[in-house]
Design a protein around this ligand. Structure first.
Ligand SMILES: [Zn+2]
Length: 194
């Protein structure tokens, strides 16, 4: 008789090990059909999870992950790791600059239809963001930022939408007056210029 364990977060949510592993197995099958050598590694990803009991809790202490770029299991783990690192970075940032304020900025451009256009557009956006982040109006209050790129697919017409999610950390003086504050329309203008 075997027991099925659940990995539960502090918030009481069940971690989707099963779902991710099923997707991982499907990916391994595609690779094996295509006779890709890495199929074997992907198949073996997270096959055995050893948890250690610490007090009331079980903590994952031994396993093996394939670290392949498209592995669903590894990508899920990576996003968890990223978010925990992000939390630490933000905590440290607030410690260093207690009066700083966070802003969410989303930057996008027109959808594109092909992979080639997407590649060019992403390159242009990265360059434009570099410019934007160096404009005087922006730098004078900017303490730092985090940027991530996201691409979504429009199911209706098959086009791609590429956008940047930016977390800006600004001095509190940003909100002081109209010389410092940038309204949404001004951000849009600066982005278009960049
Ligand atoms: Zn993996």
């Amino acid at each position: 008789m075997s027991e099925i364990f659940e990995d539960i977060t502090d918030n009481g949510k069940v971690r989707p090990w099963r779902e991710r592993k099923i997707e991982n197995v499907r990916y391994a099958e595609y690779l094996s059909i295509l006779e890709f050598k890495r199929a074997h590694d992907v198949r073996g990803c997270g096959e055995v999870l050893r948890f250690r009991k610490i007090g009331e809790h079980l903590k994952l202490y031994q396993t093996w992950f394939c670290k392949k770029r498209l592995c669903p299991l590894c990508n899920w783990r990576k996003s968890m790791k990223n978010s925990s690192q992000l939390k630490q970075i933000i905590a440290e940032t607030i410690k260093q600059e207690p009066t700083g304020r966070f802003l969410f900025l989303t930057l996008t451009v027109k959808n594109v239809m092909t992979a080639e256009e997407l590649k060019q557009s992403l390159r242009a956006m990265t360059k434009a963001f570099g410019k934007l982040s160096r404009y005087k109006k922006v730098t004078k209050n900017l303490l730092g930022y985090l940027r991530s790129t996201e691409i979504t697919v429009n199911e209706q017409d098959g086009s791609y939408n590429q956008h940047l999610h930016v977390l800006l950390f600004v001095k509190s003086s940003y909100f002081k007056n109209s010389n410092n504050y940038l309204a949404q329309a001004e951000w849009a203008k600066l982005w278009q210029k960049a």
